[in-house]
Write a protein that binds this ligand. Structure first.
Ligand SMILES: Cc1cc2nc3c(=O)[nH]c(=O)nc-3n(C[C@H](O)[C@H](O)[C@H](O)COP(=O)(O)O)c2cc1C
Length: 199
C-alpha cells in the first residue's frame, strides 16, 4: 500500500473509533461538579412569604447538583451561612419595612457570626397586602444589606420591573410564584457557575 493511502486508512480508522466512543453523559458531567448550596431564609406569620420561599427553593432545585436548604432565621446556623453559595432572603412587608426577625438575622451576620458572605450570590423576595405598601422597599433593604456584605445580587430576569427581586401581593398568586421560582433557578445557576466555572 502506498504511504498516503496507508495514512488515509489510519485516519478513517481513528474517526470510526472516535465515533464509537459515547459522548460524556449529563450524569457524568454532574459528577464532576462541586455541589452548590442554596440557602433560602424567610419569615412568615400567615404563610404568604413561606409559599414564596418554597417556590424559590423549587426553582433552585431544578438546577442539577444543587442542594437547597429552606429555613426560618431562628433555625439558621453559622455553618449554613458559611456553606451557602447563594442566599435568598424573604419577608412580609411590615410598615414598609422587612420584619424585625429578618432584620435581626441580618444584624447577626456581624453581631453573632462574623461570617464572610463576600462573593456569595444574593436574592430577595417579599410579600405585602397593599399594592403601594412598601414591598419593593423591602427588596431594596435586603439588597443594600447584601451588597454591604459583598454579595453579588441577582433578580429573576422576568419582566422589566421587579428585577431587584420578587415582590408579591397578598394573597400570593401563580404569577408571583413563577417569578419566585425563576429567581431561585437563576441564583442557583449563577452560584453553580461561579463555583464550577461555566461547564
Ligand atoms: C404588623 C403588620 C404590618 C403590615 N404592614 C404592611 C405594609 O406596610 N404594607 C403592606 O403592603 N402590607 C403590610 N402588611 C401586610 C403583610 O405584609 C402581608 O399580609 C404579608 O403577605 C404577610 O406575609 P406572611 O403571610 O408571610 O406573614 C402588614 C401586616 C402586619 C401584620
Amino acid at each position: 500500500m502506498k504511504k498516503s493511502a496507508g495514512l488515509l486508512v489510519l485516519l478513517l480508522g481513528c474517526s470510526m473509533v472516535n465515533a464509537q466512543v459515547p459522548s460524556s453523559s449529563a450524569a457524568s458531567k454532574d459528577a464532576e461538579q462541586i455541589k452548590t448550596t442554596v440557602l433560602v431564609v424567610y419569615y412568615s406569620a400567615t404563610g404568604n412569604t413561606e409559599k414564596m420561599a418554597q417556590a424559590v427553593a423549587a426553582g433552585a432545585q431544578k438546577v442539577s447538583t444543587v442542594n437547597v436548604l429552606v429555613k426560618t432565621p431562628d433555625k439558621v446556623t453559622e455553618d449554613d451561612l458559611k456553606n451557602a453559595d447563594a442566599i435568598l432572603l424573604g419577608s412580609p412587608t411590615y410598615y414598609g419595612n422587612m420584619s424585625a426577625q429578618m432584620k435581626a438575622f441580618i444584624d447577626d451576620w456581624f453581631l453573632k457570626y462574623q461570617t464572610s458572605l463576600v462573593n456569595k450570590v444574593g436574592g430577595a423576595f417579599s410579600t405585602g397586602a397593599d399594592e403601594f405598601g412598601g414591598k419593593e422597599h423591602v427588596l431594596y433593604s435586603f439588597v443594600i444589606a447584601m451588597m454591604n456584605a459583598g454579595m453579588i445580587i441577582v433578580g429573576p430576569l422576568e419582566g422589566s420591573f421587579g428585577t431587584v427581586g420578587v415582590a408579591a401581593l397578598d394573597p400570593v398568586n401563580e404569577a408571583a410564584l413563577k417569578k419566585a421560582s425563576a429567581l431561585g433557578e437563576r441564583a442557583a445557576n449563577i452560584a453553580r457557575q461561579l463555583k464550577n466555572g461555566k461547564k
